[in-house]
Design a binder for this molecule. Structure first.
Ligand code: FEO
Length: 403
């Protein structure tokens, strides 16, 4: 934590990179790490916007002292808490111990969690929708954006420089390897875009309707830059990342299909490959096949968010779905994913259970089936597999409706 990175004349990025953590929220893989961003405004009044995960920033407090000192200041006047999840609130205790008179700005829900986590109940300044805070040159306005991603989440808009401090929204997985700003990195190549969508779908996607409500509130507010709590600062392409979030939160997807299967001895895997081939013959150009036992749930959800077509297959396992498919379908129900075309297949050796339970999932989640489910008894021989042809043609026809 010794990088002096200016967002503008009096605004500093105070972020850190976490390359040690294997799983975000102890759940989602971080092959390329993650950044935690906080920001300091050194105006007539000084304000810190959010903190970082505890222990990831070296001498975080010392660096804030240093930057304040460069502006002839020692006091931190305000700590603005846009989001209380510990990856951003982890250093609040250190901040309050160093600056015991700091005024802590949040909303009612913020303070309830603040007390629960850190026992802090003093120097609290509650703000509501549209309230403002004058720092001198900068005037900040607060926008309540509950459930993007926790109930207390809010955003802070710098009306002077038209910069939005957006909390988790517009964030991404991956560390900031030298490049802090979007124009210093190729943010829209497929790999980067995929990690951004994986972050959205895994972390924020469940609350897509609340993302849409936040967009309604922000409306036509001019945005010169967006400063999220993870990933790059969007100073050149803020409109582009807003457009991506808008599409993802409306479940707008690509014309393609992801086929995900659970298979114990390879029979269901063979059926998946057969269906994939038939999808290609039916004219579908984007097809991805995953073995749910091999590919982490995080990436399965990412591809389900990416493609409009979803084909799920499960062998029977103790008269139920295969456990990895059960895990996936439970998570999809929990997330309330919408706007998909669905097909189902499976295999069994005695009295089934895979397809039977996939059908229950289909009814609950409400995705329309493009064809009758196919449950293959025993080895998927060519004569049995022809029943799957209708899955491919049905999916191609469903996707064609969107062209
Ligand atoms: Fe990055 Fe919801 O915390």
């Amino acid at each position: 934590m010794n990088l002096k990175v200016k967002v503008s004349d009096r605004i500093y990025w105070l972020g850190t990179n976490d390359r040690r953590k294997a799983l975000f929220e102890n759940l989602w893989p971080l092959p390329d790490g993650v950044s935690y961003n906080s920001y300091l405004i050194a105006d007539d009044k000084t304000a810190l916007l959010d903190t970082i995960e505890m222990g990831t920033g070296g001498d975080y407090v010392g660096w804030i002292e240093h930057l304040l000192g460069e502006h002839g200041r020692t006091d931190l006047d305000y700590l603005i808490i846009n989001h209380m999840e510990p990856d951003h609130s982890g250093e609040i205790g250190d901040i309050v111990r160093r600056w015991p008179n700091v005024q802590i700005i949040g909303n009612g829900k913020t303070f309830k969690i603040l007390e629960g986590y850190y026992g802090i109940t003093e120097n609290l300044v509650e703000v509501k929708e549209g309230d403002t805070l004058a720092l001198g040159h900068h005037t900040l306005q607060f926008v309540m954006t509950p459930w993007v991603h926790w109930p207390e989440t809010m955003m802070t808009y710098d009306t002077t420089e038209q910069i939005l401090f957006s909390a988790d929204a517009f964030g991404t997985f991956g560390t900031l390897d030298g490049a802090i700003f979007d124009d210093e990195i190729d943010c829209f190549d497929e790999k980067y875009l995929s990690e951004m969508r994986r972050y959205y779908s895994n972390i924020v996607g469940k609350y897509s309707n609340m993302v849409q409500k936040a967009f309604c509130k922000l409306g036509t507010v001019p945005l010169k830059a967006i400063c999220p709590l993870h990933g790059p600062i969007w100073r050149t392409n803020p409109a582009k990342v807003v457009e991506l979030y808008d599409r993802w939160s409306r479940y707008e997807a690509e014309d393609g299909v992801v086929i995900i299967y659970g298979s114990m001895y390879g029979n269901n895997a063979a059926t998946a490959d057969y269906i994939a081939r038939k999808c290609a013959e039916a004219g579908i150009r984007k097809i991805k096949v995953h073995d749910a036992s091999k590919t982490h749930l995080s990436y399965l959800i990412n591809d389900i968010w990416r493609y409009r077509g979803v084909i799920l297959g499960s062998c029977a396992y103790n008269t139920n779905m295969f456990p990895t498919m059960e895990h996936l379908t439970t998570e999809l129900l929990h997330m309330g994913v919408k706007e998909k075309h669905l097909a189902l297949f499976g295999s069994y050796s005695w009295n089934g259970g895979g397809v039977r339970n996939l059908k229950c999932f289909a009814e609950t989640i409400g995705w329309p089936l493009v064809a009758e489910p196919v449950d293959v008894f025993g080895t998927p021989t060519p004569d049995k597999l022809t029943a799957c042809d209708a899955i491919a043609t049905g999916m191609a026809a469903a996707l064609a409706q969107h062209e």
